[in-house]
Design a protein around this ligand. Structure first.
Ligand code: AMP
Ligand code: MG
Length: 331
């Protein structure tokens, strides 16, 4: 069995990282699978453990905003602004890669995504280790990100040297990623900080990468998916006010026409007629519970999972993005 420790495990965790090992640790977004970002051999173990293709860049975690200049040759003015406003926090900033980050960590790119996580255990680990930690979500490639230490153990246990347990993650979806290497800022992934919040700090519009071919290698159509097939309840688009119980009813009837299919529902409203999980109507509360609920639904041996998104809130974009990817055709 893999070792699971709380704050008393920081010292040992840092020593494991220093000798090239793998430590899963909590952040405010999801649990990360950490290795020394300066070591090609260490990050190789991340790709191996996750079954993740080598070309997909890993996010690099640092302990404080003023360390940013160590890992990039050029700190853009916008990066200073955003780091001041949102670090520690769920925002990853893509800048030109400097020394100190192994090329293997970022799939050979000349850029690197960096953030300061907002979790006491993550920050204590970074401080103790004293270097950058590469950490994607601590789950097998393509599946649902872990938001508790138990999720991590279930997914990757034997591949890890240590798991730090900091309780459930507060945000529950991954960081927002913004690319500052071009002439204007581009949103690569919606996440724990909304585009509106970014624009308020930058005083300028942020372009959305999802309009064209992606600049973020590894940003796949199908991702964050439970084992069970997922359909979104019709009406599930931003600004529509969201689907309601009547729409869910019609969708459930359609999904069970032959009476044989076992269908479950995740929605911000109650439903008495099938296995169902009620999440908050506000996207921020919904995000915090979403991944644990997808994992729970997977234990019910359903043929199909219907999901109705939240109606409003800061993290609506991030939640809709994850739901769309969970519902996308599987490779
Ligand atoms: P995660 O699985 O949460 O660690 O997210 C990693 C994803 O962030 C990658 O698959 C990319 O889509 C994106 N990403 C990380 N670093 C970069 C980078 N340097 N340039 C573009 N996208 C990046
Ligand atoms: Mg991931």
């Amino acid at each position: 069995m893999v070792k699971v420790r709380g704050a008393e495990g920081i010292e040992e965790a840092a020593a494991i990282l220093a000798r090239g090992g793998l430590v899963a640790f909590p952040t405010e977004t999801v649990y990360g699978l950490g290795a020394d970002a300066g070591s090609a051999a260490a990050v190789d173990r991340i790709f191996e453990a996750k079954g993740r293709p080598k070309g997909h860049p890993l996010i690099v975690h640092i302990g404080a905003a003023d360390e940013l200049r160590r890992y990039t040759a050029r700190v853009p003015a916008d990066a200073e602004l955003l780091a001041d406003a949102f670090w520690p926090g769920p925002l990853t900033i893509v800048v030109e890669r400097g020394d100190g980050v192994a090329p293997e960590t970022v799939g050979g790119l000349d850029t690197v995504g960096i953030r300061v996580p907002d979790h006491p255990l993550a920050l204590a680990l970074l401080r103790r280790f004293g270097g950058p930690i590469a950490a994607p979500s601590a789950n097998r490639f393509g599946s649902v990100s872990p938001t508790t230490a138990k999720h991590v153990v279930d997914d990757l246990g034997p591949a890890l040297d240590l798991v730090l347990d900091g309780g459930p993650c507060a945000v529950g979806v991954e960081s927002t990623i913004i690319d500052l290497t071009g002439s204007s800022p581009v949103l690569l992934r919606p996440g724990g900080i909304s585009a509106v919040e970014l624009e308020a700090v930058l005083g300028a519009p942020v372009l959305d990468d999802r309009a064209g071919p992606s600049r973020a290698p590894g940003m796949l159509t199908s991702h964050y998916a439970p084992r069970t097939a997922v359909d979104l309840v019709p009406g599930a688009t931003a600004g529509s006010g969201g689907p309601d119980a009547a729409m869910a009813d019609r969708a459930l009837v359609a999904a069970t026409v032959d009476g044989a299919a076992r269908v479950g529902l995740i929605a911000p409203f109650d439903h008495p007629h099938c296995p169902s999980w009620r999440l908050p109507a506000d996207a921020t509360g919904y995000a915090a519970e979403l991944y644990a609920t997808l994992r729970e639904a997977d234990r019910h041996d359903l043929d199909r999972l219907l999901i109705a998104p939240p109606n409003e809130g800061r993290l609506l974009d991030a939640v809709l993005d994850r739901l769309m990817k969970a519902a996308a055709p599987r490779p």
